[in-house]
Every structure is written in C-alpha cells, then in structure tokens.
Design a protein around this ligand. Structure first.
Ligand SMILES: NC(=O)c1ccc[n+]([C@@H]2O[C@H](COP(=O)([O-])OP(=O)(O)OC[C@H]3O[C@@H](n4cnc5c(N)ncnc54)[C@H](OP(=O)(O)O)[C@@H]3O)[C@@H](O)[C@H]2O)c1
Length: 287
C-alpha cells in the first residue's frame, strides 16, 4: 500500500477578482491522484495516458478489463525522478450502473492513495435516435448510463472531496447538450442535464475549495462516433481532446470546450431566436 498524506492542491480561498480562474489551477500534474472513469477507449483512454505522461498517479475504470489492461500496458516508463518509479497505472474495472461497485472502488483508491485529487467522469454512451425510431429501452439505458450513474459517482466522491476541502471533479458532457439537434433525442438531453448539474455543483462546491470542471467536446474520432454515416465537422483526435481537456483544467477553467472553431459557432447559434435556430440547423444538417 502506498501511504502519502494528502497534500491539498492549490486551493486557496476563491479570489474576488472578476478575471480570476473559476477553478483552482493545476500548475503541475506530477503526483496528482486522478481517477479516470470511462478509460477503456476513446477520450478517457487518451486522458489516462496523457496524465501518466505528465507524472500523475492514475487509476482507470470501465467495464472491459482487457481493454483497460491494454491501456495500462501502453504507459511510458515513469520519469527517473518520479516519487515511485515502479508504480503501474491502476486498473479498476467497474460498471458505473452498479452504485455499490462505484463506492467500493472509490474507497479502495482512498485506502491506496490516501485521497483523490481529481475524478474525471468520462464514461458515457452515444446512440443516435430520432422521434421516428424511438425505442424506450434504448432511451432508458442511455439515461441510466449518461445521467443517473453520474449521481452514483457523486455519492461516492462528494463526501471525500468535502472532507478533503480540496480536489476536483470533471464531468464530460458534450456540445450536444447546448441545444436540440437531430439524432440527439435522448443523448442530447442527458448531456444538457450534465451541463446543468456541473453548474449547480460549481455553485455548491467552489467555496469549499473543490474544483468543478465541465468538458464539452465537439466531434472526436473515437469508437463512439465511428458509426456516424456523415462527415463530422471539425473532427479532432482523442489525443487532441485529451490535451485540450488537461490544458483547460490546468488553467482552472470551468467550461472546457473544443475545438473552438466548432464550439463557438454552436454557442452563437443557440443565442438565435428559435425561428432562425431551427432554420439554420435544418439547413446545415439536412434534417
Ligand atoms: N466522441 C465524441 O465526438 C464525443 C463528443 C462529445 C462528448 N463525448 C463524450 O465523451 C465521453 C467519452 O466518449 P468517447 O467518444 O471517448 O467514446 P468511447 O470510446 O465509446 O468511450 C466511452 C467510455 O465509457 C465507458 N463506459 C460506457 N458505459 C459504461 C458503464 N456502464 N460503466 C463503466 N464504463 C462505461 C466505456 O468503457 P466500457 O465499454 O469498457 O465500459 C468507454 O471507456 C462520453 O461521455 C461521450 O458522451 C464524446
């Protein structure tokens, strides 16, 4: 067992300046204890690898153990000056829809690490659906995994973060949560709810020194989008998404959205009156 007393991160009381970072910046990832939930592929896997390269201690969770082990096996050797040069990336398989499993995984990490500095909640499923092919079972599965299970994660980590009065939680939502889009009949509302949830969490937790980060990617080339049968605008790689996510957290931003050439366009579109917004989306998507 590794015993490291918890050293609170840079979590000074929030400054009153209007231009301050909204969250505690993370100037150095070395030694940060990060749990990436949803790390067996795509953005989560690249986040785990990028964190490991930056010297963080990383634990990875998802359902598929072999895929997690393959990610852990890709870890570059730790830098020669690392605190623990032999530590591996910790593989902790779980199904986020199993709340007791999420809680016991969190407890096991706390026993091992003495605390957690950042929980990156990346897990989610994407199944395109329109009103014309609506299926209740598929909808319920997406609502459960993308939204209800996030509350199992919160139930597990909030008491710890509040006890520590430090650390943070990052929720991966999507630009699909900004406003209604075709094919997003269920996925879109789950991601809109996560945006609202992150905003509420921020208001509740910031005064306690806890960071809340909202990640809104545009199109990222991952297994989740591999089945899309249209040209995805401004598509980026999962590694680019991971780098943008970690840069945003390091800078202490609240919302981290990328790529900007796509996300600013969507942010502008949602400000339009509905008459114009619907006409624009129909025109661009052909819906
Ligand atoms: N790709 C994009 O364009 C894009 C854009 C915006 C937002 N996002 C969001 O980014 C996140 C990552 O997606 P991705 O594109 O990287 O897709 P991905 O490669 O399919 O990754 C999804 C991850 O979630 C895990 N997961 C799914 N259900 C789970 C469950 N019940 N329990 C535990 N883990 C579970 C998967 O692991 P297992 O299957 O092994 O469980 C996998 O590691 C998602 O929240 C997605 O909505 C993606």
């Amino acid at each position: 067992m590794v015993t490291t007393g918890f050293v609170p991160g840079p979590t000074a009381a929030p400054s009153r300046s209007l231009w301050r970072p909204l969250n505690p910046p993370v100037p150095d990832w070395a030694g940060q204890r990060v749990w990436v939930v949803g790390a067996s592929s795509g953005i989560g896997a690249e986040l785990a690898l990028a964190l490991q390269r930056r010297g963080a201690r990383v634990a990875i969770s998802a359902r598929r153990r072999p895929a997690l082990e393959a990610i852990a096996a890709q870890c570059p050797p730790p830098p020669p000056d690392a605190e623990d040069p032999t530590r591996p990336m910790q593989v902790m398989p779980l199904d986020i829809n199993d709340a007791p499993a999420v809680a016991s995984c969190c407890d096991a990490l706390v026993r091992e690490w003495g605390g957690i500095d950042l929980v990156l909640w990346v897990a989610g499923i994407y199944q395109p659906m329109r009103a014309q092919n609506f299926e209740l079972g598929v909808a319920q599965g997406m609502l459960q995994t993308n939204l209800v299970a996030v509350y199992s994660g919160l139930a597990a980590v909030l008491p710890l973060l509040l006890r520590q009065r430090a650390g943070g939680i990052a929720l991966v939502s999507s630009v699909a949560g900004y406003s209604g889009l075709p094919q997003a009949l269920v996925y879109g509302p789950t991601k809109a709810a996560l945006i609202n949830l992150a905003e509420s969490l921020y208001l509740d937790l910031r005064a306690s020194g806890i960071g809340v980060y909202l990640i809104n990617p545009g199109y990222v080339d991952t297994p989740a989008t591999a089945g899309n049968d249209y040209t995805m605008p401004a598509l980026i790689t999962a590694r680019e998404a991971a780098d943008a996510t970690l840069s945003g957290i390091a800078a202490g931003r609240f919302e981290i959205h990328y790529p900007k050439r796509f996300t600013w366009w969507l942010k502008g579109a949602r400000l339009l009156p509905y008459r114009l917004y619907f006409a624009l989306v129909r025109r661009v998507t052909g819906a």
